[in-house]
Design a binder for this molecule. Structure first.
Ligand code: BTN
Length: 347
C-alpha cells in the first residue's frame, strides 16, 4: 500500500521530454539541468522505462519520448502538473498519493488526516476493495481503468457552510470535464442534485463528501470522486447499460488519464480556494443553472419514508434543493434522494 515516491531526476527528465514532445532533448542538457553525468541520466531513464515509458535515442541529438504507461502513473501525472499542461497552468502545492489498491480512497484520506498529514492532499488508487457511494452503496471499483480519488482538506469552518460544498465542487468538476473533453453545450455533463454527474441521463460519476467534526467546527473534510473514464472490458452489464456511461464513450476517444487527473487536481484546488474564501458565490448560481439537470423536471424527493413530489426549481444560496409543489408552495431540502417522476397522461 506504500505509494512509490517520485524522484526529482525522473520528474525533471519527464517534464523536459514532454515539453519538447515530439522534439528531442539532448542528454547533455538533461545532465546539466540535473547536475549529474549523462550515464546517471540514462540510469534514471531506465527507471522510467521500467514503469512503461519508452524513449527513442537519436544519435548525437538526444532523446524523444515515444510511449507512456496507459494507466495512472504518478511520475507522468506530476510531470503533467509540472509542465503546466493543466487547466490553469500553475501546479498548486499539494501532495498526490497514488496507491495500487486500497479499501476506499475516502477512508485512506481520512486516516491520513487523522494521522496529522499536512493538507490539502489527494489520494488516488488504481483499485478499491470497498469503494462506496452515498447511503453506503457499493461503488464498484475493483478493476483499474477509472478514476477513484479523494481530496483531503482541514477547513476549520462552521458546518453550516458545507451544504453548498458538494454542489459547488460538482458543478466545478462538470465545467472542468466539459472544458477538458471539449463537449458542446448539448453534450456537456450535468449534475443531478446533489452529487451525480450525468451525460444524457446516464451516470458517469459521483461525489461522496465526508466530514469529521470538532465541537462546532469541521475538522477533516474528504471529497471523494469516482469517474467512469472507459467502459468495462466486456461492456456494461445489462442492468447498467442504459444507466451508466464513460467519458470515452461520450467523447468518442480515450481520455489521457494522467493529463486529465493532473488538470482535475488543479481545478479542484482552485475551486477549493474560491469556496473557502467565499468568492465562489457569484459563480455558483450561474454554474448551477448551466449544469442543473433537474430544473423544470417533475421529481420526487425521498427522505426516509417520506416522499414529496414537485417541480424542481433550482437551489437556494445554501445549496438546498427547491421544489414547487402542486399547491404553488415551495419546499426546500437539505438532503434526500431524488427520483425523476414520469408525468401521468393528460397532465
Ligand atoms: C455516489 O454516487 O454515491 C458517490 C460515489 C463516490 C465514489 C468515490 S470513488 C473514490 C471515493 N472513494 C470511495 O469509497 N468513494 C468515493
Amino acid at each position: 500500500m506504500k505509494p512509490a515516491a517520485i524522484r526529482r531526476p525522473e520528474l525533471v527528465i519527464l517534464s523536459a521530454l514532454l515539453e519538447a514532445e515530439p522534439g528531442v532533448v539532448s542528454g547533455a542538457h538533461l545532465a546539466r539541468e540535473l547536475g549529474m553525468s549523462r550515464v546517471a541520466v540514462w540510469q534514471h531513464m531506465e527507471k522510467l522505462r521500467e514503469q512503461g515509458f519508452t524513449f527513442e535515442s537519436l544519435h548525437s541529438k538526444g532523446y524523444r519520448i515515444t510511449g507512456r504507461p496507459a494507466g495512472l502513473n504518478l511520475a507522468l501525472l506530476e510531470a503533467c502538473r509540472h509542465t503546466g499542461k493543466t487547466a490553469n497552468g500553475a501546479a498548486t502545492a499539494c501532495a498526490i498519493h497514488l496507491l495500487d489498491e486500497v479499501d476506499s480512497t475516502n477512508d485512506e484520506a481520512a486516516r491520513r488526516l487523522s494521522a496529522g498529514k499536512p493538507a490539502p492532499f489527494v489520494v488516488m488508487a488504481h483499485r478499491q476493495t470497498k469503494g462506496r457511494g452515498r447511503f453506503g452503496r457499493v461503488w464498484h471499483s475493483e478493476t483499474s481503468g477509472n478514476l477513484y480519488c479523494s481530496f483531503a482538506f482541514r477547513p476549520q469552518v462552521d458546518p453550516a457552510r458545507m451544504q453548498s460544498f458538494t454542489l459547488w465542487m460538482g458543478v466545478s468538476i462538470c465545467e472542468f470535464i466539459a472544458h477538458f473533453c471539449r463537449t458542446s453545450p448539448a453534450t456537456a455533463p450535468g449534475i443531478k442534485w446533489p452529487n451525480d454527474i450525468l451525460f444524457d441521463g446516464r451516470k458517469a460519476g459521483g461525489i461522496l463528501t465526508e466530514a469529521r467534526m470538532d465541537a462546532d467546527q469541521i475538522r477533516d473534510l474528504v471529497l471523494g470522486l469516482g469517474l467512469n473514464l472507459r467502459p468495462p472490458a466486456g461492456g456494461w452489464p445489462a442492468e447498467l447499460a442504459d444507466r451508466a456511461v464513460a467519458l470515452s464513450e461520450q467523447t468518442g476517444h480515450p481520455v489521457e488519464v494522467n493529463r486529465f487527473a493532473a488538470a482535475l487536481v488543479e481545478r479542484v484546488l482552485h475551486a477549493w480556494d474560491l469556496f473557502i474564501s467565499g468568492r465562489y458565490k457569484p459563480a455558483f448560481q450561474s454554474l448551477w443553472q448551466e449544469h442543473d439537470l433537474l430544473r423544470g423536471q417533475h421529481v420526487a424527493v425521498l427522505q426516509g419514508k417520506q416522499r414529496i413530489a414537485g417541480t424542481a426549481a433550482g437551489v437556494d444560496e445554501e445549496g438546498c434543493l427547491l421544489l414547487t409543489l402542486a399547491d404553488g408552495g415551495t419546499a426546500r431540502f437539505r438532503a434526500g434522494e431524488v427520483t425523476l417522476e414520469k408525468k401521468k397522461r393528460g397532465k
